[in-house]
Design a protein around this ligand. Structure first.
Ligand code: PHB
Length: 384
């Protein structure tokens, strides 16, 4: 088999890249090791920056998002028994769209299948070869048959394919906590997301649809779900999100799971003719919901530089890919780390740290420049 761009991973990054390349009449093959059912059921975050929503719409894959997505013009930060609104619209003129990553992936898969271009699920033993040459190759097995896919370039959009040691630098941070998340058949009790700092730990009220709530409580990174019957989860949510004069509506828990918290970046986001995008290049903790937005921002740049290269034959724009992306990546890494550090209780934190968190929360909810800084990062900065 032969293609122009071999894409490893059918998450938001890989599928969006495939679609943007299709619009530029560039050929690609998308390989995914999971099944379509698995990929379409995997629950991830659900906040799209305005720029992400605009890109999906302009690419012609935003029709259902436009219909079903819910526009939010702010979020709440809660601490010390008070809830404060950050007004995105007033501070930045922009908004966010609540629409699950799972739904974005379903729409992208449908769009891909409609083009008739290849998207293979349940491929096994994927490996990349000769990425330093101009004929890189992906080897894999599909339906029991060994395959070789010869490419001009390869886009690595899931955990990183093999790259020789010493070529990339890695930067990471682990956090001593995780999130226990539930999807509940309960209408959201707040018109906008609530990020809560609390003595018992962080909590987040979010939603997927007008009927489905998505809620999280800070837990241990290795938390055992068996110790968390639904009643205990609701009890924690009530305690951490509760306010006088406001009630949290409960409902049947449809799903629950624990998410780890990690920051990770690899540099550069390219080795020879292998380009890294999305989770292959960076991980952010979920506070601030940057993961999906960063992945889409990477492939927007990647599609642009690849199209330019196919048009002109010049490699200099390709050479700028990593540096252009990393500016946004590090901004989002900082924002996610900062939101995470401001809102969670570390098991080993002292009272000094607690006082700093509360002071910072008071500052970002009272000083207009500080509020605007949070808001412009949350709705997404125009970078690259
Ligand atoms: C979610 O709805 O899953 C969500 C929302 C905001 C976050 C993280 C996750 O910061």
């Amino acid at each position: 088999m032969r293609t122009q761009v071999g894409i490893v991973g059918a998450g938001p990054a890989g599928l969006t890249l495939a679609h943007l390349l299709h619009l530029e009449r560039i050929d690609s093959v998308v390989l995914e090791d999971r099944s379509r059912e698995y990929v379409e059921a995997r629950i991830r975050a659900g906040v799209l920056e305005q720029g992400t929503a605009d890109l999906l719409r302009e690419a012609g894959v935003g029709e259902r998002m436009h219909r079903e997505g819910i526009v939010h013009e702010g979020v709440y930060l809660q601490f010390d028994g008070e809830r404060h609104r950050i007004d995105f619209d007033a501070l930045t003129g922009k908004a966010i769209v609540i629409y699950g990553q799972t739904e974005v992936v379903k729409d992208l898969i449908e769009a891909r299948l409609a083009t008739g271009r290849p998207l293979l699920f349940e491929v096994e033993d994927v490996s990349v070869h000769d990425v330093e040459s101009d004929r890189p190759e992906i080897r894999f097995r599909h339906d029991g048959v060994e395959q070789r896919l010869e490419c001009d370039v390869i886009a690595g959009c899931v955990c990183r394919p093999s790259i020789p040691a010493g070529v990339l630098r890695e930067f990471s941070r682990e956090y001593p906590y995780g999130w226990l998340g539930i999807l509940a058949a309960a209408p959201p009790s707040s018109d906008e997301l609530v990020y809560a700092h609390h003595d018992r730990g962080f909590a987040l009220l979010s939603l997927r649809t007008p009927e489905l709530g998505r809620l999280y409580v800070q837990c241990r990174p290795d938390e055992d779900l068996d110790e968390w019957p639904d009643e205990r989860i609701w009890e924690e949510l009530h305690a951490r999100l509760g306010l006088t004069g406001w009630t949290l509506t409960e409902g049947p828990v449809l799903e629950k799971g624990v998410t780890g918290m990690r920051s990770h970046v690899v540099e550069p986001m390219r080795h020879g003719n292998l380009f890294l995008a999305g989770d292959a290049a960076h991980i952010v903790p979920p506070t601030g919901a940057k993961g999906l937005n960063l992945a889409i921002a990477d492939v927007r740049v990647l599609a642009e530089v690849l199209a330019d290269w196919y048009r002109t034959g010049r490699r200099d724009t390709l050479d700028g890919y990593s540096q252009r992306c990393l500016r946004r990546v590090w901004r989002c890494e900082h924002f996610s780390w900062w939101m995470t550090s401001m809102l969670h209780r570390s098991p080993d934190a002292d009272l000094f740290e607690l006082k700093l968190q509360l002071s910072q929360l008071r500052y970002v909810t009272s000083s207009e420049p500080a509020m605007r800084s949070l808001a412009e990062n949350y709705v997404g900065l125009e970078l690259a």
